[in-house]
Ligand binder design. Structure first.
Ligand code: FES
Length: 148
């Protein structure tokens, strides 16, 4: 727990900084491991139930291991009518997972979102933070090959 201890120290063990602490832990592990949350609860004397309520309230936090790469497919109305469902299905088929899941090798996590606020360039996906608009079915292969 050295990494976690360093994070707690950086935040001077301040309970009021619990969200920032969870953010830093999330960056470190790419999710919030249960054993780490228990440790934080003990060290900061914050009830574990409170930590879990924060961890589940914010969608940026994940309690399950996430992949090295994050693919988010917009399923909002504008993207849906332009073929987002077929693209999502193709990602699911190629990765052998459903949306909301992570591949066994922890390479990819596939998620959906309801609107990214840039409907004019839909259908759109986000790959590791990069927005890719006017996405086409054939682009699925390029994404998985790291060519987009
Ligand atoms: S519906 Fe996809 S960006 Fe708005």
């Amino acid at each position: 727990m050295k990494k976690v201890e360093n994070i707690l120290r950086e935040h001077r063990y301040q309970r009021s900084r619990i969200i920032q602490i969870l953010q830093d832990i999330h960056v470190q592990y790419n999710y919030l491991p249960a054993k780490v949350l228990k440790y934080v609860s003990k060290r900061l004397k914050v009830p574990l139930s409170k930590i879990y309520s924060l961890a589940t309230f914010y969608t940026a936090f994940s309690l399950k291991p996430r992949g090295k790469h994050l693919i988010t497919v917009c399923m909002g109305t504008a993207c849906h009518v332009r073929g987002a469902t077929a693209m999502l299905s193709e990602f699911e088929r190629r990765l052998c997972i459903k949306h909301g899941e992570t591949t066994r090798d922890l390479n990819y996590t596939l998620e959906t979102v309801n609107c990214l606020g840039c409907c004019a360039i839909g259908p759109i996906i986000v790959y590791d933070g990069k927005y890719i608009g006017e996405f086409k079915l054939k682009d699925v292969t390029k994404v998985l090959q790291g060519k987009l």
